[in-house]
Every structure is written in structure tokens, then in C-alpha cells.
Design a protein around this ligand. Structure first.
Ligand code: 5GP
Length: 120
């Protein structure tokens, strides 16, 4: 699937719409979700144009991949999530329920996250 430059996270990366930044470096931007589903709900995105985790896994450089995992660890510490734990989600394409077609990890924490998958 071709990368759609009009997606909302592409606009955030271009500075066209604001975000509540949690962490930023050469490869990664992390910001608070606009409609948080947990006390802590941070989105971690690569700055490169990748549509989803599969695309990122296939095409991203080792540095970009390391930066993403480093960011997750850093945010877990910043938000004091590492002791009680947290959930990381990468919704992917239609069956995964992905709404924004720029790869992103959700970091959810600050309370028990409940069942992994809804039974309904
Ligand atoms: P997905 O369903 O694609 O995995 O998740 C997309 C997430 O992006 C949702 O949790 C949604 O609340 C969040 N989101 C959508 N638009 C915006 C926005 O403009 N700003 C921020 N910070 N989050 C957004």
C-alpha cells in the first residue's frame, strides 16, 4: 500500500497540526493521544513514511528500529510505567482496526488494561 501523505500523523510531523509532544529525536516523535483510552496513552511514531508495522519491519533501517524501541523504554520510565507494566499495541490494516495509516505504537498504562481482545 502506498503511503498517504494526507494522513493525520503526516500532518503532525510536518507541523501542520499541533501535538502534545512527549519525546522527540532524529527518528521518532511521541505524543499524547487526543482521545486517551487509559490514564497514560502515548503514540510513538517513526518520522519516516511507513504505513504500518509490517512496512516498518520490511523497510526501516536498523537505526530507525532501535530508536523506536528505545523510545518505548524511555517513555515507560518517564511515565513511571515500568514497575506495574503497560500495554503496547500496533493496530495493523483493516483486521487490526488501524485508523491512521502511518505506523504507530500505542503505549497504554496507569491502570489495568483488561482483556487483550474484546469478546464482543
Ligand atoms: P489506530 O486506530 O490507527 O491504531 O489509532 C489512531 C489513534 O490516533 C487513535 O487512538 C486516535 O485517538 C489518535 N488520533 C487521531 N487523530 C489524532 C490527532 O489529531 N492527534 C492525536 N494526538 N491523536 C490522534
Amino acid at each position: 500500500m502506498a503511503y498517504d501523505e494526507s494522513n493525520i500523523f503526516a500532518k503532525i510531523l510536518r507541523g501542520e497540526i499541533p501535538n502534545d509532544t512527549v519525546l522527540e529525536n532524529q527518528h521518532v516523535l511521541a505524543f499524547n493521544d487526543i482521545t486517551p483510552k487509559a490514564p497514560v496513552h502515548v503514540l510513538v511514531i517513526p518520522k519516516g513514511q511507513y504505513t504500518d508495522i509490517h512496512d516498518f519491519g520490511q523497510r526501516a533501517s536498523s537505526d530507525e528500529k532501535a530508536a523506536l524501541f528505545d523510545a518505548v523504554a524511555e517513555i515507560a520510565e518517564m511515565k513511571n510505567l515500568e514497575e506495574e507494566g503497560f500495554r503496547t499495541i500496533a493496530n495493523t490494516k483493516s483486521n487490526g482496526g488501524q485508523e491512521v495509516s502511518h505506523f504507530h505504537l500505542h503505549i497504554l498504562g496507569g491502570a489495568p488494561m483488561g482483556p487483550m481482545v474484546s469478546s464482543s
